[in-house]
Ligand binder design. Structure first.
Ligand code: FE2
Length: 477
């Protein structure tokens, strides 16, 4: 970035750093026409791997609480075949083996392939592992890298993607993300949009699994379910909710003492990530409510300074689409977000991008007259990234005027990148899919909510810990 670009960017960063609250901005960018139809089933992007019963739809996710395990999942179409993962630290030298399990399901007139899930644990931190699944000529090989050990200054880069679907825009988002250096995806719900297909539901779950394998086989995606995963279809005789999603996508919920794969937490590098389910009971005394109450107590900011929450339906959203849908979860959980000084809350659902200032509405009272969110230094920043590129298109109608709490909003497809630099600073940017180009359109340096309090700043100074200065951070771009 040179000249005017750097100057404009610097001014924006500085304004974000000093901002308590300043006026928000609605981007004037208008995207040109770009296909938003689903990729045809016969497309090469959905190609079935060669060989009889070859493993397909390979994806990995974190398999434990602290990042020393992965769950490897895949589908074999013709017969179960082995559920073994062979792995090791050298390419083609698989000196270790883990044994998994196989499941399958039916959905109306669809019968799934054989879905394998295999926990690979006892891994070393900061290590590249190669792995092989399948047998004979149909075997396939991949690799992944484990994160650094849990440490307050461990740097790590997350991508944030939501509402992805399987259109050419979805593909564009994936291709852009792959160039960013992101190490793990925080996925904020609505995966395949297969539920939009009456009789091709299962087929579109399969095609989506093959589309995203280019990323999901090589790095963990931290899963979170959206409304398109509910799939409650009594008219088709399907009355158990989240059936395809729960069969296909595992989460390490037991490791965080959760009673359901729909809500859980993982720790990775310097981050503690809490995944909430917008479509499971969460009001007072429900299992999710109790679990979150206890999980917040387990957060140790001395070890994992960055406290991040994922959900599908945003608590703060000034788009006409899904307006106020997250209000009931806000009423249930916002006071804890403020009490525990959550850094960032990422959501999807709304097919546009929006970032808030640090605000809260915890004093809202239906009889007191306190009705509006107010600046609150203990509150998280709320970010909506429901713009992965699905077939439903963009949510282009924002409420006017832009509310005071809304810092930046734009109706474009894209994804976000969060670079945790150390215990005090993170560099964040949202990248717009600019008709094939990847353009940073919103960039912010976030100060950690725990370590940048005045007393802890003094402690860091005393221990000769040098905060990165603005010039260093800007030079990253
Ligand atoms: Fe949604």
């Amino acid at each position: 970035m040179k000249g005017w670009g750097l100057l404009v960017f610097s001014l924006h960063v500085i304004s974000c750093l000093v901002s308590g609250v300043s006026s928000g901005r609605t981007s004037s960018y208008v995207r040109t026409e770009f296909p938003s139809r689903d990729i045809p089933l016969e497309s090469e992007w959905f190609a079935i791997p060669k060989g009889y019963n070859a493993p397909q739809q390979v994806h990995i996710t974190q398999g434990d609480y602290d990042g020393k395990a992965v769950i490897v999942s895949w589908v074999t179409p013709e017969e179960p075949g082995p559920s073994e993962v062979f792995y090791g630290k050298k390419e083609k030298q698989y000196d270790q083996k883990a044994e998994g399990t196989t499941t399958n399901y039916t959905f109306y007139d669809y019968k799934s392939g054989y879905i394998h899930h295999c926990l690979v644990d006892g891994l070393e931190y900061n290590t590249k592992y190669y792995y092989k699944i399948g047998s004979g000529d149909s075997a396939r090989e991949f690799w992944f890298e484990t994160p650094p050990a849990i440490d307050p200054d461990a740097s790590y880069t997350f991508g944030i993607i939501g509402d992805l679907g399987q259109t050419f825009n979805s593909l564009s988002t994936l291709q852009h993300y792959e160039k960013t250096g992101g190490q793990t995806v925080l996925f904020v719900g609505d995966l395949s949009y297969a539920d939009r297909y009456e009789h091709d539901d299962g087929i579109r779950w399969d095609s989506w699994g093959r589309l995203v394998e280019r990323s999901t086989a090589y790095q963990p995606w931290i899963w979170n379910a959206g409304n398109h995963e509910i799939e409650y279809r009594p008219d088709l005789g399907e009355t158990s909710t989240f059936k395809p999603y729960l069969h296909r996508y595992m989460t390490p919920y037991l490791a965080s003492k959760s009673s359901s794969p729909m809500w859980y937490a993982v720790r990775r590098a310097s981050a503690h990530i809490i995944v909430l389910s917008s479509y499971s009971p969460f009001v007072k005394y429900t299992p999710q409510w109790w679990w979150l109450k206890n999980e917040f107590k387990r957060v140790d900011r001395e070890k994992t300074p960055w406290l991040i929450v994922l959900m599908h339906s945003p608590m703060y959203n000034s788009n006409e689409a899904h307006y106020m849908e997250g209000e009931s979860m806000r009423a249930a959980f916002e006071k804890w977000f403020v009490k525990y000084k959550v850094d960032l809350v990422f959501a999807g659902h709304v097919h546009a991008y929006e970032r808030s200032y640090r605000i809260s509405n915890v004093n809202y009272n239906i009889t007191s007259g306190n009705r509006y969110p107010v600046p609150d230094k203990s509150a998280p920043v709320y970010i909506t990234v429901g713009d992965g590129g699905n077939q439903e298109g963009l949510a282009s109608r924002f409420n006017d005027p832009q509310p005071d709490y809304s810092a930046f909003r734009e109706a474009s497809y894209g994804h976000s990148i969060l670079q945790l630099k150390n215990r005090t600073h993170a560099v964040y940017r949202w990248n717009r899919n600019d008709d094939g180009n990847n353009v940073p359109a919103d960039t912010v340096v976030f100060h950690n909510q725990y370590w940048t309090s005045s007393t802890r700043r003094r402690r860091l100074k005393k221990n000769h810990f040098h905060l990165e200065n603005l010039e260093d951070l800007i030079s990253l771009f």
